[in-house]
Design a protein around this ligand. Structure first.
Ligand code: LLP
Length: 446
């Protein structure tokens, strides 16, 4: 397994993260356990800040909290001086509870409810990224009745769709998000937004995909957005001050993943923004980005205890762990690939090929197919790397499995930032209707 961040193999032959021995973490906090390398998260934040400072552009770096939204993370992001992107009242509430300054929060989403809008207006968040005509009208009306003037960006869908290794240019992007550039919806939205008395249109936003390794898609998006800026200025006289390019920069999950370093992503994207805008006679806008995965992805490691194994000679050997799709749905959802190692026997040579199964009642609950490992036995500790983004945040209670704890590790210290769910947590919202209580059961009646 590739060792990310502060991860090393210590003198006892154990995986160590943030100066903490993985076997001690497992004993202290139980498994499955999400271990987050705090120093690596901070390093990633600083890489973005430094790269943007070097670009000379006015900028804002918002952590896309959907990747990992817990109070300690919001606190860390505040300390690192980044802003925060939220997409629900739950993420917003988490940030506010952590004391995150509301004016540094952006609110995304293609169907913000009136309650969510009211909550965000009341909190005084910095910017709404308006996704559609319904929201535009609703937000203006609600801002008016709250006697507020609200800064907005318009989310446009530029017809560029990027994936890990390739990108696509589509005339009319088939997407639920944003105002389409190709059909003219974006222009109509810009004109309408400029007429709303309670909204201030700062600029535009586009997000072209996730886990992207190449920069061409971003560059194509910038070109299209520039053309749009120019067209809006010609038709309305308005100039945009902000261009938000979203997130989507890729990280290394397994061998063969070849992301750029953060500094190189930023350089490649921002490199000619100034000259492109200036040569078109357009004031250079502030560039905003919203990285999620690049900030937290490789900082996460999940520790599992190995239990049962099932050997089907000539077919496959299944090794089961005490978690699975409930703490990491990505393999089942996206066929995502992961690397892993035995954290308690990190120097042992690989001896066999096994497949790592989760414990859910579902054949598709497989974490890793065909992994080289030493011969593993019950009680061994499996570490799966690069689980920091979209693992905790997409975890579920399927099969009423309790969600694991999350610990931040740094300089030999481990702090629980999310407690392991208890059995009581599982039923805390459950109610049995009164009419079902004190009733003779069907069995008793028989
Ligand atoms: N901004 C917007 C508007 C987004 O929709 C997203 C991700 C981001 C920023 C952050 O993208 P990132 O830098 O993390 O790629 N659950 C999936 C990923 C879905 C991403 C959705 N939007 C996964 O586990 O891969």
């Amino acid at each position: 397994m590739f060792l990310h961040g502060t991860s090393t193999i210590n003198g006892r032959g154990h995986l160590e993260i943030g100066g903490c021995d993985a076997t001690v973490l497992a004993e202290s906090f139980g498994t499955p356990l999400y271990v987050m390398d705090e120093e690596l998260i901070r390093r990633r934040c600083r890489e973005f800040v430094q790269a943007f400072e070097e670009s000379g552009l006015e900028h804002q770096i918002a952590f896309a909290s959907k990747a990992f939204c817990v109070m300690a993370m919001c606190k860390l992001i505040e300390e690192e001086g980044l802003t925060l992107d939220v997409v629900s009242d739950g993420e917003l509430y988490t940030a506010l509870q952590a004391g995150f300054p509301p004016e540094r929060i952006h609110f995304h989403g293609n169907n913000k409810t009136p309650d969510e809008i009211a909550f965000a207006l009341d909190a005084g968040i910095g910017v709404f990224v308006v996704d559609n005509f319904h929201e535009l009208a609703l937000l203006n009306a609600m801002a008016g009745s709250n006697k507020k003037q609200v800064d907005i960006l318009l989310r446009v869908s530029p017809g560029v769709e990027a994936h890990t290794h390739d990108y696509m240019l589509t005339g009319n992007e088939d997407s639920k998000f944003g105002f389409d550039l190709g059909s003219g919806a974006a222009m109509e939205a810009a004109k309408l937004a400029l007429l709303q008395p309670h909204l201030t249109l700062l600029g535009i936003h586009s997000h072209i995909g996730s886990q992207i390794f190449e920069v061409d898609g971003f560059r194509m998006a910038v070109d299209k957005l520039l053309q749009f800026c120019i067209a809006v200025r010609e038709e309305t006289g308005a100039t945009f001050r902000v261009l938000n390019l979203g997130g989507g920069f890729g990280v290394r999950y397994v061998d063969g993943d070849t992301p750029l370093a953060i500094a190189d992503y930023v350089k490649a994207i921002t490199g000619n923004i100034s000259s492109t805008f200036t040569s078109n006679g357009y004031p250079v806008p502030a560039i905003w980005v919203e990285p999620g995965r690049t900030i937290v992805g490789d900082a996460g490691t999940t520790l599992y205890t190995i239990g049962s194994t099932k050997d089907l000679p000539g077919v496959r050997k299944y090794v089961s762990v005490d978690g699975g799709m409930t703490d990491n749905p990505r393999p089942a959802l996206y066929q995502a690939k992961y690397e892993a190692m035995l954290a308690n026997r990190a120097n042992d040579a690989d001896e066999e090929t096994v497949s790592i199964a989760g414990k859910c009642c579902e054949s598709g609950d497989m974490l890793i197919w065909d992994l080289e490992l030493p011969k593993a036995a019950a009680g061994d500790l499996l570490a799966v790397s690069c689980t920091g983004a979209y693992n905790y945040s997409m975890a579920s209670n399927y099969n009423r499995i309790r969600r694991p704890a999350v610990v931040f590790v740094k300089d030999g210290e481990a702090d629980v930032v999310v407690q392991r769910e208890t059995h009581a947590d599982l039923v805390k919202g459950d109610l049995i209707p009164a009419r079902m209580q004190n009733q003779p059961t069907e069995a008793a009646k028989r």
